[in-house]
Design a protein around this ligand. Structure first.
Ligand code: NI
Length: 255
């Protein structure tokens, strides 16, 4: 069952949190109300947003937990069981400004994650987790290419990605693109993301909900497996290794 977790973050103008402890500062920055989307957002109401703004991050944290639980239930109901047909061609640009497509990574197992660099806590902790599993894989003489794809292309410029990349494992590739390019790749992976308030003319201060899933893709570009925020490093590593061994068997010519 593909379970997609979502989270909501609050950001303050000009502030960027690279580590887990940063989220406690994200109070009172919720801009306006996104009531135009409230029907699909479940429990988000103007009242709850206002209340969070007043009571600050403690409540925000609690609210996030409740929201994720709900999002998880909803996603479980919506997405069908079985091997989903995920992935497909895409075209983006990496943190060095080099154009990349899905074909750029054919031949390697990739681990694809969607997030945004202004994310205060969950994206950084997921990227730290990716770094840890890379270290574990290396001990087993295994490798995947981790790919971080921004769902926030208006703020995640090439330069921003380059700066962000310094905080995490050296093998992670960071990709961004135009809104259309990002939209195409997120559709291919059925990634949910949403800028919370499109109507606010404030380019630096907004919320983003997004799926928290690591997708394992084969060297031939096929979706193989996925891991959620709850997946442990040791379990992810074991499953990656299992997929790689299976792939090697099928790829090996018969003797
Ligand atoms: Ni995030």
């Amino acid at each position: 069952m593909l379970r997609i977790l979502r989270h909501r973050v609050a950001l303050q103008r000009g502030k960027r949190f690279c580590s887990g402890e940063g989220s406690s500062s994200s109070k009172g920055s919720l801009p306006g109300a996104s009531d135009n989307k409230s029907s699909q957002r479940g429990p988000v109401t103007f009242a709850s947003l206002a209340l969070m703004g007043v009571l600050g991050s403690g409540l925000l944290f609690y609210y996030n937990i409740e929201k994720e639980k709900k999002a998880e239930r909803v996603a479980s109901e919506v997405i069908s069981v079985g091997k989903p047909d995920l992935g497909g061609p895409w075209s983006l640009v990496d943190q060095d400004g080099i154009p990349r497509t899905d074909a750029s990574y054919k031949g390697s197992f990739t681990l694809v994650y969607f997030g945004f660099t202004f994310c205060p806590d969950i994206c950084p902790s997921e990227l730290v987790k990716v770094g840890n599993l890379m270290d574990e894989l290396e001990k087993r003489k295994r490798f995947v290419r981790p790919i971080f794809i921004s769902v926030d292309p208006s703020r995640d410029s090439v330069g921003q990605l380059k700066h962000y990349s310094q905080d995490f494992h050296k093998d992670i590739v960071y990709l961004t693109g135009t809104k259309e390019q990002v939209s195409k790749v997120t559709r291919a992976y059925r990634v949910y993301f949403s800028k919370a308030n499109e109507n606010v003319n404030d380019d630096e201060d907004y919320l983003v909900d997004h799926s928290i899933v690591l997708y394992l893709v084969s060297p031939t570009g096929e979706f193989l497996d996925f891991f959620t925020q709850k997946s442990l490093v040791k379990d992810i590593v074991a499953r990656i290794e299992k997929h790689q061994i299976a792939f090697e068997k099928t790829a090996k010519p018969k003797q």
